[in-house]
Write a protein that binds this ligand. Structure first.
Ligand SMILES: Cc1ncc(COP(=O)(O)O)c(C=O)c1O
Length: 428
């Protein structure tokens, strides 16, 4: 058997997506598989710049050619194989919902948990599958046993849902929020860690760390903060909404106690899919957000009493994992980094254009914040859409003011050339 046939056969064995999906039976799908096969022997630096390869990846999506979507930070589109799977499972569910969802599709949850655990580098017994980061992180925030006067260190640049959850606990339970604030971008790990450390007191119980700041894409040194916190017996919660399947890492690399993400962001899984991680020995102590029969159980599944929800969405996560592994986590991160730097380096040649995000892969990846002298973020974002149908998002949050530009693996350098030309035209 040729190498290519072997590769495809192996993939077919591995993934339902390949055997069932009409996409992989199409010429486009076959040529992507062939290119992925060849890519195994190619250096990363070479592959990240190969537009033909990434153009083939783009064909696996169904994105509109009518507009250029550069707001993949909000939510990402799903590759066709994921959409097809969700539609299949949904049709099946509709044949007899309580039978097909609760007796058939439900049997896929444990295998899915194992696959997610492999991807995340933890035990399946530490992962609960849910609907998004907000649900995962609020499960932690509201489930922790905190007393009046207990302190939580968080930043002004964290995500509003999480800030609101902490404020609600402050209001209801009398915990104390200790705020720190950063002037991003920062390319100095120690400076960030020091600010957290200075806010820690004897009463601090939790450090809240947003792994990647959604407003401008700053990567926070989660592990270094966790080490500093653990020295003082402080637990660490990581908001990983933007890093799972974006940066190539495993949860234990962060050395945190609690972690949550949305799978509909960078994993390109079905809309409304998320993941909660709780370190094994912390599960029993954490109350579930939706009550469970045994709230103090050490079984992670106690966090999955969500009531009736779409099992088609949950099971479609499996095809998203397949697709992500096919592209390859390291390749994906490298390509996203390349794309960000590609447009930023050209755009900032105009001295009136600033990008408030690091180009250093230790401190940023796909997301960047564009600021244009003399124009508000709304003016820039509206202008880009009105004149060039380029979809971005205007951001004004605390001290972060800019237009967030976020490509994804289906974005090509041609697309980014359009952005760069549009910015130049706007400046002229
Ligand atoms: C840093 C951060 N945390 C949490 C969330 C919430 O994600 P979701 O709306 O999927 O719950 C977001 C969403 O953009 C985010 O950027």
């Amino acid at each position: 058997m040729s190498n290519r046939r072997k590769f495809i056969t192996k993939l077919a064995g591995l993934t339902g997506a390949v055997t069932l999906s009409s996409y992989f039976q199409s010429l486009q799908g076959q040529s992507l598989l062939a290119s992925l096969d060849e890519a195994r022997n190619r250096p990363l630096e070479d592959l990240v710049q190969d537009e033909t390869f990434w153009y083939q990846v783009k064909q696996a999506y169904t994105v509109s050619p009518a507009l250029l979507n550069l707001n993949n930070g909000g939510v990402s589109p799903q590759p066709l194989v994921v959409q097809e799977a969700v539609e299949r499972y949904n049709r099946l569910s509709n044949e007899a919902p309580s039978y097909y969802m609760w007796r058939i599709l439900d049997q896929g949850r444990e295998p899915l948990r194992e696959r997610l655990a492999d991807l995340a580098g933890v035990s399946p017994d530490e992962l609960a599958i849910n609907r998004n980061s907000s649900e995962a992180l609020e499960t932690i925030i509201f489930g922790l046993r905190l007393k009046p006067g207990d302190e939580v260190v968080l930043t002004k640049q964290d995500y509003p849902n999480m800030i609101n959850a902490w404020k609600q606990r402050e209001h209801r339970d009398g915990i104390v929020l200790k705020w720190i604030s950063f002037d991003f971008p920062i390319e100095n790990e120690e400076e960030i860690v020091k600010k957290y450390a200075e806010a820690f007191t004897e009463k601090t119980r939790i450090a809240h760390v947003t792994h990647m700041i959604n407003w401008n894409g700053q990567i926070m040194p989660a592990r270094a903060i966790a080490r500093e916190a653990h020295k003082r017996g402080i637990e660490v919660l990581v908001d990983a909404a933007h890093t799972f399947a974006h940066l190539d890492y495993k949860i234990p690399d962060l050395e945190c106690d609690y972690w949550g993400t949305s799978l509909h962001k960078w994993l390109c899984a079905p809309f409304g899919s998320g993941l909660l991680y709780v370190k094994k020995e912390k599960i029993a102590e954490l109350y579930p957000l939706f009550a469970a029969g045994e709230p103090e159980s050490p079984d992670i599944r106690k966090f999955e009493n969500l009531g009736t929800r779409s099992f088609a969405i949950e099971q479609g996560i499996g095809q998203a994992i397949d697709f992500h592994l096919m592209i390859g986590p390291a390749r994906k991160q490298a390509r996203l980094q390349y794309l960000k730097n590609y447009w930023v380096e050209q755009a900032v040649r105009n001295p009136k254009v600033k990008v408030n995000t690091s180009l250093d892969p230790r401190y940023g990846c796909a997301i960047a914040s564009l600021a244009v002298e003399g124009k508000t973020p709304n003016e820039v974002s509206d202008w880009l859409f009105r004149n060039h149908k380029i979809h971005t998002v205007a951001i004004t949050w605390e001290n972060i003011v800019g237009v967030r530009v976020t490509p994804n693996v289906y974005t090509t350098t041609n697309d980014l050339d359009r952005l760069v030309r549009a910015i130049a035209e706007m400046m002229a």
